[in-house]
Design a protein around this ligand. Structure first.
Ligand SMILES: Nc1ncnc2c1ncn2[C@@H]1O[C@H](COP(=O)(O)OP(=O)(O)O)[C@@H](O)[C@H]1O
Ligand SMILES: [Mg+2]
Length: 471
């Protein structure tokens, strides 16, 4: 392009491209570290680490790809030129905090190599990023890559799309569900009541990160005969108040798998259609949050006309007041339709909305406690498949994990056990076991912590990595 355009036009094209990249990356919580020629290097998780930095980086890459399409239409009209972007996303430890605050390390080099391996318009993600985001994206593995500076081939993935919502019924768990029988029974009873009474119920599961809220919901949903729509609140961003609701409405109005009742309502009720179109960004007219809540309730009611509807709002603690109002409006005013609203949230929800669910006869709130010692031991047996091949003179991984978790302070949730560092000797023992079992190649200062969390929850794994960033 540089050869075809005069210098001033080229400068303007690059300027607009960099502006677009900076805006998209900033919107997803990343920082542009530097522009190198026509390349952009951005970091997520530096200086402030978030549990979903890997997903933010991947969303930013997809967002940039989409924005480039719009930018290209303008560039074509103004300069007769377009830009195409190749992206590599990688996660790992970096050194930062230097005067120039530049992140450096092997993770950055690998990100650059992945970018070079991508075709124009492609996003290639590295193995550790894949491990952290795999439940939230659709990607296909590439032939293992022989990259410059890497002695071993690298397994990378071509990112096809970020899922707006994952049906919790299809979300795989690493191990069969352990315990939680009474919680499943409670959920089952509330659902049976919703079905029998054709009424609406609000069920909130509160529990700290990684305790098993989403897993419990997935297990419950596998057993119910109902239409399920899901929406997940995001931890960041502008204009995302209704993000989970938009996603649920899209599921109900999907031409292939949507609900005929919802489509029918949209066809015959102009007031609902107008408010829903504003919600979906398809119309720009003045609509109040109350009108949107009313229209969404009408849509849910018509969708639940023939079969019960379960509305799952995940990570509600990240929601905004207008979303809380909408959920409460549906719970308070829905009549004559079997709707179960299942909200999953960390206890911080009660800071944001202290009276959540309080004073409602149709609301249940369940505090999900960490698994008990016997259940934790059973889970370890499921997750650590075998002790065979382990040096009999040393404690086996199962035994070590059981001992380690039981030595945590009583208030400490077993799922967050990764927050504590292992001692040097246990680190050394686990390192050799991990290497023999091919888990997460490559050493790191806190690898033992990571191994445990990686066995249980990729998102938990990300959270404990206080010394690393995603490039
Ligand atoms: N009772 C359980 N039995 C088996 N695996 C579990 C159980 N609870 C949670 N897990 C696993 O632990 C990880 C974290 O659970 P998750 O439901 O994502 O936590 P939360 O939604 O509370 O943050 C997931 O991989 C999940 O499959
Ligand atoms: Mg969850």
């Amino acid at each position: 392009m540089g050869e075809r355009l005069d210098l001033e036009s080229f400068r303007q094209v690059m300027h607009r491209y960099f502006d677009t990249a900076r805006a998209v990356i900033g919107r997803h919580g990343g920082t542009v570290e530097k522009f190198i020629g026509d390349a952009v290097m951005a970091v997520f998780g530096v200086p402030v680490l978030h549990e979903d930095d890997a997903l933010r980086a991947v969303r930013a890459a997809v967002g940039l790809r989409e924005e480039i399409e719009t930018l290209n239409r303008a560039l074509e009209a103004d300069f007769g030129a377009t830009v195409s972007v190749r992206t590599g996303v990688n996660t790992g430890q970096v050194v930062t905090g230097t005067e120039e605050r530049l992140a450096t390390g092997d993770a950055v080099n690998l990100a650059a190599r992945l970018e070079q391996a991508a075709a124009p318009g492609e996003i290639v993600i590295g193995p550790q990023t894949w491990a952290l985001v795999r439940e939230a994206v659709i990607a296909e593995p590439l032939e293992s890559l022989q990259l410059k500076g890497k002695s071993q081939p690298v397994i990378a993935y071509r990112l096809l799309q970020v899922r707006t919502d994952v049906d919790p019924r299809t979300r795989p768990g690493l191990a069969p569900l352990v315990g939680r029988a009474s919680q499943l029974r409670m959920l089952g009873e509330v659902f049976a009541n919703v079905f029998a009474e054709r009424s609406c119920s609000l069920f909130t599961v509160l529990g700290m990160a990684g305790v098993g809220k989403s897993r419990l919901a997935a297990e419950f949903l596998r057993g119910v005969d109902a239409r399920v729509v899901t929406g997940t609140c995001l931890s960041y961003g502008q204009g995302i108040t209704y993000w989970p609701v938009v996603s649920m409405v899209k599921q109900l109005l999907d031409p292939g798998h949507g609900c005929p009742g919802a489509a029918q309502l949209m066809a015959c009720d102009a007031k609902v259609t107008a408010a829903i179109n504003v919600l979906l960004g398809q119309e720009v007219t003045v609509t109040s949050p109350a009108e949107i809540a009313w229209a969404v309730r009408k849509l849910f009611e018509s969708s639940a006309d023939l079969a019960p509807l379960v509305v799952v709002v995940d990570d509600l603690h990240w929601g905004e007041p207008a979303l809380f109002d909408l959920v409460e409006h549906v719970a308070d005013y829905s009549r004559g339709a079997p709707i179960l609203i299942l909200c999953l949230a960390r206890p911080e929800l009660l800071d944001a909305r202290p009276g959540w669910g309080g004073g409602k006869l149709n609301a249940t709130t369940l505090l999900l406690e960490p698994l008990g010692p016997a259940e934790t031991a059973a889970l370890i047996d499921e997750l650590v498949p075998t002790d065979s091949g382990f040096d009999p003179r040393q404690r086996s991984p199962r035994c070590w994990l059981r001992g380690w978790i039981s030595s945590r302070p009583p208030s400490a949730p077993s799922w967050n056990a990764g927050r504590w560092r292992a001692s040097r000797s246990t680190k050394a023992r686990c390192r050799s076991w991990r290497q023999r079992n091919g888990m997460f190649p490559g050493g790191s200062a806190h690898w033992c912590t990571r191994t445990w969390c990686a066995l249980t929850s990729p998102s938990c794994w990300a959270r404990t990595r206080s010394d690393s960033g995603t490039c």
